[in-house]
Design a protein around this ligand. Structure first.
Ligand SMILES: Cc1cc2nc3c(=O)[nH]c(=O)nc-3n(C[C@H](O)[C@H](O)[C@H](O)COP(=O)(O)OP(=O)(O)OC[C@H]3O[C@@H](n4cnc5c(N)ncnc54)[C@H](O)[C@@H]3O)c2cc1C
Length: 308
């Protein structure tokens, strides 16, 4: 993108999202891995209507863009992202309760919503208390844990597509393991209706806390990461295979395979995206050689990576 094109884009986006447009913004500041170069343009809409206006304008202008939620399932390239990134979060974090149904805007924090809903005596989302994503990112990824996933509670999602606004019901969302239609078509999740069920808040919160305790005993909670790097293959666990392949503790630069949960790669300080990618390839090669299984990444790679 040339400077003059960037300048024109910035002015147009600034008109739609006043004070919310940053140029050459380091994305490491905006993702849980704390890794990644700059976005040419980062848009931080301050309301749901600003988000919708910016996305609609970008679709109309034919400008490709990436939507980022809380950045907890991505690896951003060291050279960053050319073009526009739109980040949801503050300003799209409204929640409305209507009986057993919850309308949550895309930027709502999943752990926050999980705890608040449980405390109100609404069960079904307590599995998500330890998943540090947004509602939009969790719908896109069909995030899940403890044998449950978003697909079980999403009734309907309002999306913005290049053809305008639409409502996709659960059956139209193509939910599969860590996958949804949102990953395969241009669409911004604006908000989601979750169908929960009435339950005793004390019991619901107790289950939530039990699951959180299990996580803290089995997963590394300190250094920055993007959670599980690989999808579980078939009925097996990527973490078990990585452990069996003797890859725990493998390191490239500042990136290391966690000793606690082998499917986590940790940024132990100053890791680059190239370090993480090299480590991913090392782990895949080990698992392929020792277990005969091909691992595929769950995290999304964003931006300009070297073809090698
Ligand atoms: C410590 C840790 C633990 C984790 N544990 C789990 C776990 O137990 N289970 C699990 O499933 N995941 C887990 N994750 C991964 C991650 O939290 C989830 O995938 C989460 O749902 C991602 O949400 P996000 O807002 O961070 O999305 P991002 O990482 O910002 O984006 C992920 C994808 O969703 C898309 N996206 C985001 N928002 C929108 C939107 N509004 N509209 C359209 N597309 C959008 C992005 O373009 C991208 O393709 C963990 C991550 C960490 C760091």
């Amino acid at each position: 993108m040339t400077r003059s094109v960037t300048g024109g884009l910035v002015a147009d986006l600034e008109r739609l999202c006043p004070g919310g447009v940053r140029v050459d913004e380091p994305l490491a500041r905006h993702v849980s891995f704390r890794i990644g170069g700059p976005a040419d343009i980062l848009v931080l809409p301050r309301s749901l209507s600003e988000l919708a206006a910016a996305a609609a304008w970008l679709y109309r202008a034919g400008e490709p863009f990436i939507v980022l939620g809380r950045g907890s399932n991505v690896l951003v390239a060291d050279r960053g992202v050319r073009g526009v990134v739109v980040k949801t979060g503050r300003g799209q974090d409204g929640v409305r309760y209507d009986g057993e149904r919850v309308l949550a805007e895309c930027g709502v924090s999943l752990p926050h919503l999980s705890r608040r809903a449980s405390a109100r005596g609404l069960a079904g989302l307590e599995f998500a208390a330890g998943i540090p994503g947004s509602v939009g990112g969790a719908v896109a990824m069909n995030a899940g844990a403890h044998g449950h996933a978003l697909a079980e509670v999403v009734a309907e999602v309002r999306v913005l597509t290049p053809r305008g606004e639409a409502r996709w019901r659960a059956a139209e969302l193509g939910f599969r393991y860590r996958e949804s239609r949102v990953q395969h078509e241009p669409a911004v999740v604006l908000d989601a209706v979750l169908a929960l069920r009435r339950a005793d808040p004390v019991e619901t919160l107790a289950r939530l806390d039990r699951w959180l305790r299990t996580r803290s005993e089995t997963q590394p909670l300190g250094p920055p990461s993007s959670g599980c790097i690989f999808r579980n293959p078939g009925d097996d666990y990527a973490g078990r295979l990585i452990d069996a392949a003797g890859a725990k503790g493998l390191r490239v630069g500042g990136a290391v395979v966690s000793d606690r949960h082998a499917n986590y790669i940790l940024n132990t300080g100053g890791a680059s995206a190239a370090d993480v990618l090299a480590l991913i390839e090392l782990v895949r090669a080990r698992v392929r050689a020792r277990c005969g299984t091909e691992l595929h990444t769950e995290i999304k790679l964003l931006g300009e990576f070297d073809p090698a």
